[in-house]
Design a protein around this ligand. Sequence first.
Ligand SMILES: Cc1cc2nc3c(=O)[nH]c(=O)nc-3n(C[C@H](O)[C@H](O)[C@H](O)COP(=O)(O)OP(=O)(O)OC[C@H]3O[C@@H](n4cnc5c(N)ncnc54)[C@H](O)[C@@H]3O)c2cc1C
Ligand SMILES: Cc1cc2nc3c(=O)[nH]c(=O)nc-3n(C[C@H](O)[C@H](O)[C@H](O)COP(=O)(O)O)c2cc1C
Length: 607
Amino acid sequence: MNIVPETAPFSREQRAWLNGFLAASLFDRLGSMPLGTPTSGSPLPAAPPRGLWVGYGSQSGSASGLAKKLAKSAESKGFVVTLRELSQITPEELAAQERLLVVTSTWGDGEPPDNATAFWSRLSEQSAPRLGSLRYSVLGLGDRNYADFCGAARRIDERLAALGARCLVARAECDGGDRAPFTAWADAVWQSFATESEGSVAPVSGVPVPRTVTALAHAPESEAVLPASPWTRRNPYPARLREARRLNGDGSAKDTRHIELVLGDSSLTYEVGDALGVQPSNDPALVAEVVEALGWGPMGSGLLDTPVLEDSVTLQEALMTRWVLTQPSPALLKRLAERARGSLLAELLEPARRSDLESWLVGRDVVDALKAAPGAGIEIAELGSLLRPLPPRLYSIASSLKAHPGEVHLTVGTVRYEAHGRSRHGVASCWLADRVVPGETPVPVFVQVSRHFRPPTDPSRPMIMVGPGTGIAPFRAFLQERRAVGAPGKNWLFFGDQRRSSDYLYASELDPLHRDGFLTRLDLAFSRDQESKVYVQDRMREQSQALWQWLEEGAHFYVCGDARRMAKDVEAALLTVIRTAGGRTEEQASEYLESLQTEGRYQKDVY
Ligand SMILES: Cc1cc2nc3c(=O)[nH]c(=O)nc-3n(C[C@H](O)[C@H](O)[C@H](O)COP(=O)(O)OP(=O)(O)OC[C@H]3O[C@@H](n4cnc5c(N)ncnc54)[C@H](O)[C@@H]3O)c2cc1C
Ligand SMILES: Cc1cc2nc3c(=O)[nH]c(=O)nc-3n(C[C@H](O)[C@H](O)[C@H](O)COP(=O)(O)O)c2cc1C
């Protein structure tokens, strides 16, 4: 008997069980034979399905992707899955659940991603409920280059345990793009669920119709309707560069580029707020230095043609496009220290010298590491296991497809500095700025969907954007998009950099937008144009009353750019505005900010 419509957001198993359940309920109520006979495909299952909550914290989509995968596998195993962003889960709801899987990345300096911060602050409260009936496991995504590796995942794990929840499978952690820990962890989780005693597990209480949300039902509209792009991180599209124009004027200390890429016949699409993944190539000069430091003789020796990876990828190609050369991996350091006993590196790797090693590593690359362990004799065959895969870099998209069909624009700050007597170059930013030949060199790209960073869906809502430096990028795109669709909402931009004369990025676009009133307000902060430094957060405080008024009118508040200092200072300024202009206490101001966040009206794209 099919009571649940085919279009309802349930898996086949869930629908079958629900049909059976509802038929049985009707039978009970009517005290007679069930209406009709159950369809052959939907017999009453012996045991009701088990409920499983999957909560994810994700900034740029990796953790949410894994969480969705997990949810799908769970559904295929017969679980009734509730998939939610962590901040959409309250501890009180968890107290009534039996199974929870958390997948979260870590951002900033060891903080949870934006869509997990409200969850974390509620979970950390003293008044958080006991979670005695909950069994859980946590998967962390992070990057060992950060001091607090997978810190958010670790803290959530520890807090869940402290609240009485029982950890089913020990926390696993994925470093960079390595997904092997995820696979092993998921296997262990399924195994542990499989050995749960069926009898002792209570069924999902009641008919889970209103509370059960499947992965598909929770996917945002844009993701649900867009056909999957063939161009992904693993299969990037070879775009072509049109230009890499310098945005800074003479005398600037910075070199920020306006990058325009042509998407050709890719039919690659994106939404404003998304980021573009760019898979760069290493600097050939650095490759030559690495080869020399490896001590295998001159470049022309023929060794560079040796196949070192699958598909006959040669050493030359691997060094150029596959491996990280700008930072030595822990595996390389360890191997070098083992082979070159008594060397500086061997000394630095002594456990007692950990903090010395950390300081030594700042600004040092593979060449420095090889030179600090002379005679270590690294062989070609072992290089692949000692160098890390070269990860793509993300860039906030600075254009709207509505304004620039078939193109994607970026605002890229080139990274150049001197360290330990050699000049160093950011891999991707300097590749785009210096070595990609317009119209010729393929630039492998993919779109990283950032569904937490979007202009207001209601086009009449005001929008406040704080984007100093390269943080301007997504707001250029937001403004283009809003202009293209004729959004009537007010727009306010805070922009800042060092000097107005040389660092006012996109002045020739922003000034006219401001003059004709589309950019309702434009506040600029040039830190070095006067004695005392002035930053965007200072401009925000100066405009407290107006900012408060916009927030009360329902404005969405956005910040993009530097995560380490700027985004924190901007948040502090926002809290000050809420306190002073809004007449709130410190605690009330935090609650106000939290509610902005949960309503999706405070969104960050910080790096
Ligand atoms: C979601 C997201 C959006 C982003 N959007 C943008 C954007 O719109 N525009 C933009 O320009 N960037 C953006 N970035 C940053 C971008 O992804 C790259 O990290 C940046 O361009 C540097 O990459 P690179 O390959 O050029 O440098 P890398 O080769 O990765 O080198 C950078 C590293 O060099 C080291 N370093 C830098 N300066 C020094 C120094 N003085 N001394 C010692 N070590 C130093 C640091 O370890 C630093 O991490 C974004 C990042 C994210 C995650
Ligand atoms: C600006 C920035 C800050 C980060 N901070 C940390 C950190 O403190 N600790 C960590 O382990 N990983 C850190 N990471 C790495 C991310 O957690 C990692 O890239 C993760 O895969 C992102 O997953 P997501 O796309 O689901 O957010 C940081 C990454 C960025 C770009």
